[in-house]
Design a protein. Structure first.
Length: 156
């Protein structure tokens, strides 16, 4: 079943609502705490999603991997080609830092109530959850807050 969520339909984006959905990622503008920009279903089988973008300084790809754990967002890995401002130079306690297949891979378990991102179209930021892919700069260059909610995404 495919269902357009919130203002995604206005942007021509479609989010796949999976039958096994158990969590919902809510994207909202950070500045005004306004209405959600989008709600993205996360499959209950693994709760995984990723954010991919081009680093603003190095102009190389970065991929951050996450999963939803109830109302928490857990970062499990960040992959990048070249070091740049804001990217890790070492792993957190209990994590690992490696160089594999031409990429730096920093693994660990960082848990957040919310994740705030400054998005810009030049960085081509995308959130990918299962078969769904959302252009995070589709609402303009701005700060977006991402939160997780247990349960199905509400109908638009």
């Amino acid at each position: 079943m495919i269902r357009a969520c919130g203002s995604l339909a206005a942007l021509g984006l479609t989010v796949l609502a999976l039958g096994a959905q158990a969590s919902c990622i809510v994207l909202a503008p950070q500045a005004d705490g306004g209405a959600p920009l989008a709600r993205i279903a996360v499959d209950e089988r693994d709760g995984r999603f990723r954010i991919a973008y081009i680093h603003s300084v190095t102009r190389t790809p970065v991929e951050e991997r996450y999963f939803v754990d109830g109302a928490r967002i857990v970062q499990t890995e960040i992959r990048f080609v070249q070091h740049g401002p804001g990217l890790p130079t070492a792993a957190d306690a209990g994590g690992s830092f490696a160089h594999r297949d031409g990429m730096f891979v920093v693994a660990g378990r960082r848990s957040f109530d919310e994740v705030v991102m400054r998005v810009h179209a030049d960085q081509q930021p995308r959130l990918v959850a299962g078969a769904s892919s959302v252009d995070l700069a589709g609402w303009g260059n701005r700060a977006i807050v991402m939160r997780a909610r247990a349960g199905r995404c509400p109908a638009p």
